[in-house]
Design a protein around this ligand. Sequence first.
Ligand code: ATP
Length: 222
Amino acid sequence: MRSDSKNKQFAVIGLGRFGRAVAASLHRQGYDVLCVDSDEEKVAQALSDRVATHARQLDSTQPAALREAGIFEQDTVIVAIGNYVQESIITTLNVKEGGVPHVVAKASSEIHVKLLRKVGADHVVFPEHEMGCTLARSLTKPGFLERIELDPEHSIVELIIPEQFDGRTIRDLRLRSNYGLNVLAVSQDGKFEINPRPDRLLQKGTAMVVIGANNCIDRLPI
Ligand code: ATP
């Protein structure tokens, strides 16, 4: 069954620490999660730990095994095989060729990222790299609370309004012309005002959300 609601079905291939974490979180949120791994013990463990709704032992490099297990019927498949590059690439290719609309694959190196994109992964994650960058940013720019990377050059950032912006309006600061940034929201009494007016006064210590190029965001006085 394919829909946008909680009927959405997920499969996780590979039950290492990453795959288990994804499956457990989806399962806790009430989604139907099919987990597979070539290691029988990991499959049994996933079932006994209630990480998955269903779990199967199979070799995901075999298209027939994936078809038979119903993997090709899923809305989203997460290929969580980081350390076995060949298996990860073949599995991703199999799942895309099987017609799965949304395939997320885990990479363990830059070249692995490229290969996964080449074989059709819709979204590639490289958690060790991404987490390392996030940590470095939070250490050097503690005023940035949250960052969503839209593509390698553009982001949406939630930040603490700096001292220099205190008591000034969005128009007054000319954030668009001076910084190339658009303000999406400004926080007020624990809530966000979306699309704030240009005469909205900014207050230091509260939060705002901006969208723009990374090099513009990095010029903010944070
Ligand atoms: P971590 O534990 O750090 O998250 P990881 O996500 O990189 O590591 P791997 O060590 O790559 O995980 O292993 C993921 C799982 O994939 C393992 O449990 C392994 O048994 C399983 N696996 C490897 N090859 C296949 C395959 N061909 N078919 C099914 N499962 C496989």
